[in-house]
Design a protein around this ligand. Sequence first.
Ligand code: GLU
Length: 514
Amino acid sequence: MINPTPRLRFAPSPTGPLHLGGARTAMYNWAAARALGGTFLLRIEDTDRARSTDASLQIILTGLRWLGMDWDEGPEQGGAFGPYSQMQRLHLYRAAADELLQKGHAYLCYCTPEEIEAGRKVMEAAKAGFIGYNGRCRNLTAHERAAFEQRGLKPNLRFRMPAARVLKVHDLVRGEVEVNTKELDDFVMLRPDGVPLYNFACVVDDIGMKITHVVRGEEHFLNGIKQRLLFEALGSECPLYAHIPLILNKDGKKLSKRDADTNMLEYRDKGYLPDAVFNYIALLGWGFSGERDLFTRQEMVEVFKLEHIGKSGAKFDEEKLRWMCGEYLRRFSAADCLQNSKPWLTNAVPQAAFTTHPAWLANIIACYQERVAILSEFAPKIGWLFVDLPVLDEAAQQNLGKDQAAKQWLLRYADLLANSNLPPSFPADRTAADVAVSLPTKKAAAVASCAFATPQQIEQECRAFTEQLGVKFGDFVHPVRAALSGTDKGPGLFDIVFLLGKDACIKRLRAAAS
Ligand code: GLU
């Protein structure tokens, strides 16, 4: 048979947000579809009416888009195989149910929940090998059925599980697996109100949507066996299955809500970069190559194969995700990094500065790009630049109090700066300085022309000054840094002086000396 066009789907239930496991399932389906030159579609499995919400659906769609997974068919996209929400496909399940009833693969079950439970209890007490539905309605006569109907009982439709049949199945991840149908229940397919249950709806839709490959969590492996039987009963060929292992926490236990944010959009809101999150999730069970951790979506698509997904559970490590995010963040130019972090900077930076001082802000961001991993981490670190006088943290207070003479140095240094060619302080126009200098100084190439003293020149002046003063340079910089920024962390001292500009430096040095 000629291979049909590959068609893969992600089939979320909109009963909650897109979480890590769902994002990974979507990603492997998406990547396989793109790698095989096929179609990736979204199907919304909304038959749990009590728990499905439109809000969850929107969060799922937004999460997929944020991670850069586009779908060819599905909600907001349409397609030739729709509708793509199960509650709009009830007529199709009804038709398939009639077919299965007619062929004898299904039967009507009038048992009440209490009767089903009582049946289980009897099996449990008898220590039966199989515990489940006892099959009371398997072989009802027309007469018995009529009697139940007369009592007003509404039947569920159950699948007639073949007795003790050994199935040898191939899973793209797990390889060959043998399952005996005696371990499986006559599961319910359709409720009296015409709403299908998962396995049944899934198969009717996988047939209707011509799905060729199914990638999903290993918790669905046994469902996959039931589904194979349903495909057979409906006279269709089943897709290739890949059941992917669980995501584990650092200790190798099943990942819980405590170990990772449940909603992918929380990563977005915290300022994680989508390219980095995508890259990290891709690695939870799959490897690009032995040595390489960082890759783009396109690079992944070029080499992705479902058969290369690992058999053992992948460990989620928040620290590694952060590290990866930092790696991506450092690839941005300072200007792009500023642009991307803008939503998180609104409380820290005066709004007008984005238009009046973009180069200055980019220089500030450049000083911190090595020091943060996610976009929201800039704001709390740069606040000292925008206040009148910084609040000194404990380390800064200690550095200032260490040497009796330190306050004198600050005053003398303030006088020196008053006579040097520092850029003006914000909010004055500093354009001539900031466009010429790209901080941090350690990385910056020599600055060809700057109308003001560059950080390198400020440093030279300072070294000469400490010699004159007879103070060790190392002893001098700590109290100065404390006075200027209020902390001993952060950029190099002369980047600080350059960024603050003349008036702010003098004011801070004098205030700390008083
Ligand atoms: N709605 C199911 C889930 O979210 C889909 C499973 C499948 O892909 O078949 O787990």
